[in-house]
Design a protein around this ligand. Structure first.
Ligand SMILES: Nc1nc2c(ncn2[C@@H]2O[C@H](COP(=O)(O)OP(=O)(O)OP(=O)(O)O)[C@@H](O)[C@H]2O)c(=O)[nH]1
Ligand SMILES: [Mg+2]
Length: 86
């Protein structure tokens, strides 16, 4: 049975500026869906869990982005968690 996880879509409106946010799955099983989404966006926010650090799939996506025109920003989250050491 084929199983796909579609990116979540949000529309953010700030005054007359509209920003489309596409939240893609991080798991490698859904990597093709994420790579396809990367072709449709202007910029990317890579969200890094500060306890787990940079994960393998994050490295792969980052490598893909180096061939694309997308600008990249990193957001470190879960700063409130115990065990952060990265
Ligand atoms: N304590 C804490 N928990 C967080 C924070 N951000 C997210 N979480 C929790 O971490 C869990 C995983 O969050 P998700 O948003 O599903 O993580 P994800 O990286 O988008 O995961 P995938 O979409 O499966 O790749 C959830 O239970 C969130 O509530 C944070 O800053 N602090
Ligand atoms: Mg998610």
């Amino acid at each position: 049975m084929a199983f796909r996880l579609l990116p979540l879509f949000f529309l953010l409106v700030i005054r007359d500026i509209k920003i489309n946010l596409l939240d893609t799955p991080g798991h490698k099983d859904f990597a093709e869906d994420t790579y396809r989404t990367l072709t449709a966006v202007d910029s990317v926010i890579l969200v890094i869990d500060c306890v787990k650090g940079v994960e393998e799939q994050t490295e792969k996506i980052n490598e893909r982005l180096s061939y694309a025109k997308n600008t990249r920003n990193c957001l470190i989250n879960k700063m409130d968690r115990e065990g952060r050491d990265h």
